[in-house]
Design a protein around this ligand. Structure first.
Ligand SMILES: C[S@@+](CC[C@H](N)C(=O)[O-])C[C@H]1O[C@@H](n2cnc3c(N)ncnc32)[C@H](O)[C@@H]1O
Length: 200
């Protein structure tokens, strides 16, 4: 998001040069290069997608046969490509998912990505708790709408509940790893949880 950019940051400059809407894209790019989470033809649900840099990147990987659907409380500037669709919704609104699946003729997603960030208070344990609540909902969404064998990426702010989040993810995925991509600022506590191969 423009407000979170540091003018001198190399990932900010790179995002501008490459036409991405945010520098966050390079976190996903690093995870994708390592884990090959997303494949051509995949249907991907991106939670907390505004302004849309993850979507720009995913849209290129999935290609014409695939689809990326971005959902956020904040409107996402529409894409000209038909394989990238945007919705304004709260991730806790269960009705939104039924509408999305129906309108796009999707039964299950191949990948769920989440870069959700709670409104921050500046108080570490409060923010970690808010992030945990968001991420528990992301795991519920993955449990319901991600296909067996599918992959997941979640942004997390590790706090007291972090072990619980990892345990929940391990119950759902055959392999779970935490990562701190280079594009995460040194001052940020943010990490990414990668879940590979959803259990059947
Ligand atoms: C860091 S930004 C995402 C950046 C995005 N990945 C990109 O590449 O452009 C986090 C987003 O989470 C969204 N968000 C936070 N809580 C939400 C909720 N309950 N439902 C939907 N979106 C939410 C915010 O509105 C914000 O746009």
């Amino acid at each position: 998001m423009p407000g979170s950019y540091l003018p001198q940051d190399k990932f900010f400059k790179k995002a501008k040069e490459q036409g991405y809407r945010a520098r966050s894209v390079f976190k996903l790019e690093e995870l994708q290069n390592k884990h090959h989470l997303i494949r051509p033809g995949d249907k991907v649900l991106d939670l907390g997608a505004a302004p849309g840099s993850f979507m720009q990147y995913i849209q290129k990987i999935v290609g014409k046969e695939g689809l990326v659907i971005g959902l956020d409380l904040t409107p996402i500037k529409p894409f000209s490509q038909p394989n990238a669709k945007t919705y304004v919704a709260d991730i806790f609104d269960d009705k939104a998912y039924d509408k999305i699946l129906k309108e796009n003729n999707v039964r299950k997603f191949d990948v769920v990505t989440s870069d959700l960030a709670p409104a921050t208070s500046g108080i570490k344990f409060v923010d970690a708790g808010r992030s945990f609540d968001l991420n528990c909902q992301v795991l519920k969404v993955a449990e319901k709408y991600l296909r067996t064998g599918g992959n997941l990426v979640i942004k997390a702010f590790p706090g007291a509940d972090h072990g619980q989040l990892i345990a929940k993810a391990r119950a759902l995925f055959t392999k779970v790893q935490m990562a701190k991509p280079e594009a995460v600022r040194n001052t940020s506590r943010e990490e990414y949880l990668v879940g590979l191969g959803k259990r059947g």
